[in-house]
Ligand binder design. Structure first.
Ligand code: AMP
Ligand code: DBH
Length: 556
């Protein structure tokens, strides 16, 4: 008999046999693949809309056919089950077609973000030993086909570049147009549910990229459970606003949750209100998810009035980084939606506030694990559990949390306990009602002469300042104190620029201890962002180290 706990892709740590058995016995892992789900939906509701963007509207029957047809064509090209294929596409209908074609074939999409460039893609392609890359032509004035060629030139395993092209676009010399591979479908053997379905990327990208292998079984469980919690049904229209390859818009409940529920996936190529708001009206969007900087932009735009009709939008999810209470309070009233906080990670664990939670939970917490089978613990730096309610490091294991990265023993030694729990790197506390409050990443504290200052706590104070739109606290190296506190702030209006004196006075008047006062204030109009749109603390730290912004923090 086939041992279902065996890793299908070498280099992936399996779940221990007893846990795997339990997850199957409890019907969390059902033995279904993503291809099976699409087949079932296409049979049940062939004529319902599955995917729409500004140029396409495909029914379930059409999506099913397109993905079978492309899977057949890709097989003809020589892509085989188990092959890794970099997918770097903007939010457009073909993303779903491509990913389901690969799922059907048993080839593994490696989910890259449109913001990735050669410095990220080359190590990713190498670590995955990718054989092909599927990307677009020119998008938002950037030539993705040229980027793919640059990557191919440096990665010997990467044989094929396939492009999703807009009508009338010219095909570069060495690439294929995926349109050439829409063959008459033949039945393919396909993967089994315990096989790895794809590789996701972990956020932090230094050193060898950390690739996250997820199986059909484990990921589908998280998608199903997410769809239930978010109350999706066949009337759902989920708008992929964040880059769709990211784990949040993919699965929490994301496009796959919408598909699971028999609803529709809508795509916006750009997340700003100018583009997304008219599409909400046009497609009748019911739910979408944002990172906090975008949620702020959407709330501000809605507060300014005269928007398109957003009344179809019922749920707005915010996640990916800590949503400050100040922002969380504004979102529901501004946009006429139920706010849902989502705290998740591509490695697995996802926490949600529930749609019927009291407002205090929705505004002040990042929710609780989606599954009763998620195990979480809050531990100190020696691995001992802290007192109930105290802050500490969050570790977790469960039916959809990986036990190790793909082929990366060094990262595993850092990020997993000896018995396979994932060290999230997040500092949290668990309230008596079971909801988590995320205090930040373990590295987000400033250690000022031995006094630890929480960036998140100080940022929350600064956000109450009328002249401050958004704030990020960064520790900067200091020869005497170890670190000093630098506040990056965006002004609320160009006329009122906060200064170190006014900010310190404000914080002091809020009753904050003297040792938490910022040592420097740097006013900037924009914060650097990660590929998914989170504020990048790493780049802000780097900017300070490089002496950018014309202002090294000076002693106050
Ligand atoms: P990634 O590595 O890109 O999958 O990002 C996962 C990390 O993002 C988590 O470990 C957290 O540090 C952070 N994160 C995600 N959602 C939230 C949230 N709602 N609040 C605070 N941090 C979050
Ligand atoms: O930040 C994340 O990685 C994230 C946030 C919310 C995530 O992976 C998710 C939900 O599934």
């Amino acid at each position: 008999m086939l041992d279902l706990t065996e890793p299908v892709l070498p280099g992936c740590a399996p779940w221990p046999a007893d846990l795997a058995r339990r997850y199957r016995d409890e019907k969390l892992w059902t033995g279904e693949t993503f291809g099976d789900v699409l087949t079932a939906r296409a049979a049940a509701t062939p004529d319902r809309t599955a995917v729409l963007d500004t140029a396409h509207r495909w029914t379930y029957a059409e999506l099913d056919h397109r993905s079978r047809s492309l899977a057949t064509g890709l097989a003809r090209l020589g892509i085989t089950p188990g092959d890794r294929v970099l997918v770097q596409l903007p939010n457009r209908a073909e993303f779903v077609e491509v990913v389901f074609a690969l799922f059907r074939l048993g080839a593994l999409p490696v989910f890259c973000l449109p913001a990735h460039r050669a410095a990220e893609l080359v190590p990713i392609a190498e670590a995955a030993a990718a054989t092909a890359m599927i990307t677009s032509g020119v998008h938002q004035r950037f030539d993705y086909a040229a980027l793919a060629e640059t990557v191919r030139a440096q990665v010997p395993s990467l044989r094929h570049v396939l492009l999703v092209l807009d009508e009338g676009r010219q095909l570069p010399e060495k690439a294929y147009d995926i349109a050439e591979f829409r063959d008459e479908p033949v039945e393919l053997v396909g993967p089994s549910a315990s096989d790895v379905a794809f590789l996701q990327l972990s956020g932090g990208s230094t050193g060898i990229p950390k690739l996250i292998a997820r199986t059909h079984d484990d990921y589908l469980y998280s998608v199903r459970r997410s769809a239930e919690i978010c109350e999706l049904d066949s009337d759902t229209v989920y708008l992929a606003t964040l880059p769709v390859a990211h784990n949040f818009p993919m699965s929490s409940p994301g496009i796959l949750g919408a598909l699971w529920a028999g609803g529709a996936i809508a795509m916006t190529p750009d997340p700003t209100p100018a583009t997304a708001f008219p599409l909400i009206e046009r497609f009748g969007v019911t739910i979408t998810g944002l990172v906090p900087p975008l949620a702020r932009l959407w709330a501000e735009r809605a507060e300014a009035g005269a928007t398109p009709d957003l009344s179809s939008l019922r749920v707005l999810q915010v996640g990916g980084a800590r949503c400050q209470d100040e922002l969380a309070r504004r979102i529901g009233p501004a946009l006429g939606v139920t706010l849902q906080q989502v705290f998740g990670m591509a490695e697995g664990l996802v926490c949600y506030t529930r749609l019927d939670d009291p407002i205090d939970v929705v505004v002040s917490t990042q929710g609780r694990p989606m599954s009763e089978f998620d195990q979480i613990a809050v531990v100190d730096d020696n691995g001992n559990e802290v007192e109930p309610g105290a802050q500490g490091n969050l570790i977790t294991q469960g039916p959809y949390t990986i036990r190790g990265y793909y082929d990366n023993p060094e990262a595993d030694a850092r990020s997993f306990t000896a018995d396979g729990w994932y060290r999230t790197g997040d500092v949290v506390s668990v309230r008596s009602d079971g909801n988590l409050v995320v205090a930040g990443r373990a590295g987000d504290w400033v250690n000022r002469g031995g006094e630890k200052v929480s960036a998140e706590e100080l940022e929350a104070h600064l956000l109450e300042h009328p002249d401050i739109r958004d704030a990020v606290i960064i520790g900067t190296p200091d020869p005497v104190l170890g670190q000093r506190i630098c506040a990056f702030v965006q002004p609320a209006s160009p006329e009122q620029r906060p200064t170190l004196t006014t900010v310190r006075k404000f914080v002091r008047e809020r009753g904050v201890a003297a040792w938490k006062m910022p040592d420097a204030v740097v006013v900037v109009d924009q914060f650097p962002e990660t590929g998914v749109g989170k504020t990048s603390r790493k780049e802000l730290r780097q900017a300070l180290a490089d002496g950018a912004h014309g202002s090294r923090p000076t002693p106050a």
